[in-house]
Write a protein that binds this ligand. Structure first.
Ligand code: ADP
Ligand code: ZN
Length: 211
């Protein structure tokens, strides 16, 4: 199974991606997770990406495309993949099509999770993430006394870019640069729009029904 997951920040891509990749046993590639781990290990790539990520701007296409090409050298991609947070610009989408062609691979579907803007802002301001496994939680599900811990033991934290100011930027960027990518895949006939309101499992079932 070779899939791309699209959707605005906070649409639920990360949560659904984990479920899909474990169901089909395919690698989950989150460019956001890769970038955050490069930033926290202070690598060359991390140093270049940090300012963009923290201010809600897109990291330049060349860096992202280089990163994806590096990933795709790994054998595990032969069995399939699930892209989450990539491609985010038309340039990335075109370069990715080219790469897949070179590797003789084709996409099965592009899943677009659709959620309105008010709901997105609510979700992002309430979001906390596990430092260790990147699992996503809601701050409002925890009481004041409860430790902010994941089931894996990792500490839960609020992402730098999940602040009100940066959220606004990310939504602007999404509309300008990523919405056209939805059109790009619509034209290729691979797009499936999924209503992103409901429980995690309801949304997961909707996705499975389209695969
Ligand atoms: P979200 O979808 O919630 O915004 P991500 O974890 O996917 O979160 O991305 C966080 C940030 O990482 C983005 O705002 C951007 O700065 C950077 N980023 C992630 N993926 C890409 C990409 N494909 N191209 C450019 N920048 C990216
Ligand atoms: Zn965890």
């Amino acid at each position: 199974m070779r899939l791309i997951l699209l959707g605005a920040p906070g649409a639920g891509k990360g949560t659904q991606a984990k479920k899909i990749s474990s169901k089909f046993n395919i690698p989950h590639v989150s460019t956001g997770d890769i970038l955050r781990s490069e930033i926290s290990s202070n690598s060359e790539l991390g140093k270049k990406a940090e300012e963009y990520v923290n201010s809600g701007k897109l990291v330049p296409d060349e860096l992202i495309i280089g990163m994806i090409k590096e990933e795709f050298k790994k054998d595990k991609f032969r069995t399939g993949f699930l892209m989450d947070g990539f491609p985010r610009t038309i340039e990335q989408a075109e370069k990715f099509s080219q790469l897949l062609k070179e590797l003789n691979l084709s996409l099965n579907k592009v899943i677009n999770i659709v959620v309105d803007e008010d709901e997105i802002v609510r979700r992002l301001t309430d979001r906390i993430v596990c430092k260790k496994c990147n699992k996503i939680f809601k701050l409002s599900d925890f009481s004041k006394e409860q430790p902010l811990k994941c089931d894996c033991g990792g500490e839960l934290y609020k992402r730098n870019d999940d602040s009100e100011e940066v959220i606004k930027n990310r939504l602007e960027v999404y509309k300008k640069q990523t919405q056209p990518v939805v059109e790009y895949y619509k034209n290729s006939g691979l797009l499936e729009n999924i209503d992103g309101l409901g429980t995690e499992n309801e949304i997961f079932e909707r996705i499975l029904a389209r695969l």
